[in-house]
Ligand binder design. Structure first.
Ligand code: ACO
Ligand code: ZN
Length: 226
C-alpha cells in the first residue's frame, strides 16, 4: 500500500518533530533513535494484528458504508477465534489490562468492526451477566490530568454497592486511535443490543460496562443518555 509508514506532522505535539504514524497511530519523534526503535517494535505487530484478510465464512451482523461488524463465537473456526484473540490482546495492552485469557472464554461474544480498508478498527467483548454495579458520578477531575496519570486514574471510578439487574456485560470496548469519534463504538454497541439475545432488543439499562477507563466512561455516559 502506498501510504503505509507515511507520517503526518502533528503540530499540536509538545515535542518538536513528533509525528503520528498513519498505519499504527503511534506518536513518536522520527529523529529520536529510541523512539524509532520503540515504534519499529510496536508497528509491525500492531499492523499485522489488525489486518483482516477475509474469511470463508463471516458472520456479518451489520453493514455500513465504511465497514461491517462481524460476530465471533467461542466455538467458531480457529481462523476467526484466533483473529478475535489477536485484536483483543492489542486492545488489552492499550487498556493496561492483564494479558491473558478471558474470565469465562466459553461465554464471550466478540464483535469486530472491519473497515473497508480491511483493518479491524473496533473490538467489543460482551458476556452474559446477571447483575452489575452502577458507576457513580464523580466531580470532574480530568482537566488537570496529563497522559502520565493514565494508569492512576484508570481504575479510580467509584461504584455503587447495590447490584442492579443487567443482562449483558461489556468487558472490553476498543477503537483504533485513528478511527475514533466516528461512531464505531456507538455502532458496535447498537449491534450488540440488537443481536446479543435472540429475538429481543436490549435497553441501554440492560447493558453494563465493566471497569471503564476515562475514555470509556465519557463514551458510556454519552451513549447511555442519548
Ligand atoms: N472524550 C469525550 N467524549 C467522548 C470520547 C472521549 N474520548 N469518546 C467518545 N465520546 C462521546 C462523544 O460524545 C461521542 O460523540 P461525538 O464524537 O459526536 O462527540 C460519543 O461518545 C460517541 O463516540 P464514538 O465515536 O461512538 O466512540 P469511539 O468510536 O471513538 O470509541 C472508545 C470510544 C471505545 C472509548 C475509544 O475512545 C477507545 O477505544 N478508547 C481507548 C480504549 C478505552 O478506553 N476503552 C474503554 C474501556 S472501558 C471497557 O472496556 C469496559
Ligand atoms: Zn507505525
Amino acid at each position: 500500500k502506498p501510504n503505509d509508514d507515511q507520517l503526518i506532522i502533528d503540530a499540536g505535539q509538545k515535542h518538536f518533530g513528533a509525528a503520528t504514524c498513519t498505519s499504527c497511530g503511534m506518536v513518536y519523534s522520527a529523529d529520536n533513535p529510541e523512539d524509532n526503535f520503540q515504534h519499529n517494535q510496536f508497528h509491525q505487530h500492531f499492523v499485522e494484528s489488525i489486518k483482516f484478510v477475509g474469511w470463508k465464512k463471516e458472520h456479518v451482523v451489520a453493514e455500513f458504508w465504511d465497514g461491517k461488524i462481524l460476530l465471533i463465537m467461542p466455538d467458531d473456526p480457529k481462523y476467526a477465534t484466533r483473529k478475535a484473540e489477536e485484536v483483543r490482546r492489542v486492545a488489552d495492552s492499550e487498556l493496561g489490562f492483564q494479558q491473558g485469557s478471558l474470565s469465562r472464554p466459553t461465554q464471550a461474544k466478540t464483535f469486530l468492526f472491519v473497515s473497508t480498508e480491511r483493518r479491524v478498527v473496533g473490538c467489543l467483548v460482551a458476556e452474559h451477566i446477571r447483575q452489575a454495579y452502577r458507576v457513580l458520578e464523580q466531580p470532574d477531575r480530568q482537566t488537570d490530568m496529563t497522559k502520565d496519570d493514565f494508569m492512576e486514574r484508570h481504575r479510580a471510578w467509584c461504584c455503587s454497592t447495590i447490584p442492579e439487574p443487567a443482562l449483558c456485560g461489556i468487558s472490553r470496548i476498543w477503537v483504533f486511535s485513528l478511527a475514533r469519534r466516528r461512531r464505531v463504538a456507538t455502532r458496535m454497541l447498537d449491534t450488540v443490543r440488537s443481536t446479543f439475545m435472540f429475538g429481543s432488543h436490549l435497553t441501554k439499562d440492560e447493558i453494563a460496562f465493566s471497569d471503564p477507563t476515562p475514555d470509556g466512561k465519557l463514551f458510556a455516559t454519552k451513549y447511555c443518555n442519548t
